[in-house]
Design a protein around this ligand. Structure first.
Ligand code: FAD
Length: 302
């Protein structure tokens, strides 16, 4: 499928055909996107959404691909990748207004330099700000829900509107953006004034902890499973004896049992079979069903 010239010429950002999505996921896994669009403005997002709606095409939104398991067979229809092309950031007193493709780390660095505290918990999470809000990404006892004031979205059918904190209905690794047919295009964060050096130190402490506890030298998608209430998925996986378990080049990390690492050439099916195996082992030992934190895209996952 090719976008008609009348649509393509209205989009300022990049348009690619058959682009391997492994280039856009932190697991380095994923087959081709039939069409990949990287919007450079809200108008670009509106234009591509209007086209897919009119034609009834499937549409998939991705951010930095750090929480995604993408099928080796790729994704049909249009993949809208919200990245740094849509990543302008500005400060308005105690608020930061960031287009949703801005990398979370860059937003945190801007906040730190401006003496605005609240994002230190997130240092080291390789997300876009839009992906982080969608997932309610969290660490170190805090999450995006603590700092998000509002999100501007473009609804597939209803156009642009603003959702406030209440409407986003944040829960553990969940926000309403996960069930809406919408693209988050801009995020407003409300932060707290603080000493830039102190903010920096807190962020560095969190980063240091990650370096010691996570296998950051291998491609991964962070924690694969959600923590069951009152417990840690990694603890259960370790006690079930699954650390080091391997399917092809996919392996349960020895350093952090809730990470599945790609040793080189793992495919989505390798990771999927390993996920199933880990779930079975934890179920048979503890009677606990582990739910996925990562999102799966494409068709092969049964
Ligand atoms: C090394 C490593 C460490 C990690 N540590 C943590 C951690 O400490 N805490 C944590 O919570 N997570 C962590 N993660 C997971 C991941 O970084 C988060 O889930 C992050 O929020 C995903 O953001 P993203 O931009 O990569 O989104 P993607 O992975 O691209 O997408 C995630 C979901 O959000 C949707 N989405 C993305 N952008 C938008 C948008 N603009 N509008 C609408 N929907 C959108 C997608 O459709 C998808 O459903 C880690 C991952 C890695 C690789």
């Amino acid at each position: 499928m090719q976008l008609p010239e009348s649509v393509a010429s209205r989009i300022k950002g990049r348009i690619l055909y058959g682009e391997p999505l492994k280039n856009y996921t932190t697991w380095r896994i994923g087959g081709p996107a039939e069409v990949l669009v990287e919007p450079a403005s809200r108008e670009d997002v509106a234009a591509i959404l209007a086209f897919v709606q009119e034609k009834g095409l499937p549409v998939t939104v991705i951010g930095n691909g750090s929480n995604l398991l993408v099928s080796d067979r790729g994704v049909k229809g249009v993949v809208v990748r919200i990245g740094e092309a849509l990543g302008r950031v500005r400060i308005a007193e105690e608020r930061i207004v960031a287009e949703s493709g801005a990398k979370l780390g860059r937003v945190a660095a801007i906040a730190q330099a401006a003496g605005l505290a609240g994002l230190e918990f997130s240092v080291g999470i390789p997300a876009t700000i839009g992906g982080a809000v969608t997932m309610n990404a969290g660490a170190n006892g805090a999450s995006m829900a603590d700092v998000v004031e509002a999100v501007r979205i473009i609804d597939y059918t209803r156009g642009e509107r603003i959702l406030d904190r209440e409407e986003l209905d944040f829960r553990y690794r969940w926000s309403r953006l996960q069930e809406l047919q919408a693209v988050g295009v801009e995020v407003v964060l409300k932060l707290t004034p603080g000493d830039p050096l102190e903010i920096k130190r807190r962020g560095e402490r969190h980063l240091q902890k990650r370096r010691l506890t996570q296998p950051l030298e291998f491609p991964s998608a962070g924690s694969v499973f959600k923590n069951p209430p009152g417990d840690a998925a990694g603890r259960l996986i370790e006690l079930a004896g699954a650390k080091g378990l391997r399917v092809g080049d996919a392996m349960v990390s020895e350093r952090h049992a809730n990470f599945i690492i790609n040793l080189g050439n793992a495919g989505a099916q390798d990771v999927w079979r390993l996920i199933r195996r880990v779930q079975e082992m934890v179920w048979s030992k503890f009677g606990v069903g582990l739910d996925l934190e990562v999102k799966v895209l494409g068709e092969d996952f049964v």
